[in-house]
Design a protein around this ligand. Structure first.
Ligand SMILES: [Fe+2]
Length: 298
């Protein structure tokens, strides 16, 4: 199934809104083949590594070192993992818990992330947010990647403001100076698309809220072209030559280098045309190929 149909009522409409405007689904769907509460509990009970968990209190990151204990094995740099009782305690104290890299713990999320990358050419990162009733998750902020929020349990009220600077590549703007453009409840089975740059903050109301955030790694025109230009230009020894210690006194004519660079720019294929080919999930069967196993004859 087209993963975009899971994330939007109409994938064509989503393409119109892509990078520009938030979009909320109107038809409730069942996300349980991707992830559900039971599986989240199971993942958390198995002991999540410290690096994959974050805790927020009143909208800001909070230190909760006490909920971790060292793995049984692992030598001097023993990794610490969260305890279920510690997590239950921070949740009941009103904190929001973030489980990052969910695709590494959940086969359903990994499968969906692969399908999304195959369909769009964009890689993703997936995070679960668990917010107790009456509490906010993360304070008003914007991301440099667009996200899809899949409400798995309960509901959350969201407030979105237009970007202060559209299409951000880095988080450089510190203040939200725009008016709210959308205030909505996201209920179980609904999905909200938030384009990069939109300020957003959510609060769980009557019940606890659990949502899966699927972040779409931004691939913008300029960085794609610059990366390709650097790759091609870097292969030219003349362009790699050092400047002299006193560049201001170096009057050698370098206009031919600019000409060479311009010619290279003109040879770069449009990233718009090649977007889908540039990012691909690992093909099925890569492990067998890597260890030299032949596929069984059909
Ligand atoms: Fe965010």
């Amino acid at each position: 199934m087209d993963p975009l149909k899971t994330l939007a009522d109409d994938p064509d409409l989503l393409m119109e809104y892509w990078d520009e405007k938030p979009l909320l689904t109107t038809v409730t769907r069942d996300f349980s083949d991707i992830l559900d509460l039971k599986e989240i509990e199971s993942m958390l009970s198995r002991g999540v590594p410290e690096r994959s968990l974050r805790v927020f209190e009143d909208g800001s990151a909070a230190e909760r070192g006490g909920i971790f204990h060292p793995r049984e094995r692992g030598g001097r740099t023993r990794e610490r993992v969260a305890t279920a009782s510690g997590l239950a305690e921070v949740l009941s104290s009103g904190c929001t818990v973030l489980l990052e890299e969910v695709q590494t713990f959940s086969p359903g999320v990994a499968r969906f992330a692969d399908e999304f990358t195959r369909a769009t050419g964009f890689e993703t990162y997936c995070v679960v947010f668990i917010t107790p009733p009456g509490h906010s998750g993360v304070k008003l902020h914007y991301d440099v990647d667009s996200v899809f929020l899949l409400q798995l349990h309960g509901s959350k009220s969201w407030r979105l403001h237009a970007p202060t600077a559209p299409y951000p590549l880095r988080q450089t703007v510190l203040e939200c100076t725009t008016e709210p453009v959308l205030e909505t409840d996201l209920d179980e089975g609904e999905c909200l698309y938030i384009p990069r740059g939109y300020w957003h903050a959510g609060t769980a109301r009557g019940s606890a809220s659990v949502h899966l955030s699927i972040g779409v790694r931004t691939r913008a025109w300029l960085p794609e072209v610059l990366r390709e230009l650097e790759r091609r230009a870097g292969a030219d020894p003349e362009l790699r030559r050092s400047l002299t210690p006193h560049p201001a006194q170096d009057d050698r004519d370098d206009s031919h280098l600019f000409d060479r660079l311009t010619a290279l720019v003109r040879e770069i294929p449009s990233p718009r045309a090649t977007a889908r080919q540039l990012s691909r999930p690992a093909p099925h069967g890569w492990l067998g190929a890597a260890i030299g196993e032949r596929r069984a004859a059909a």
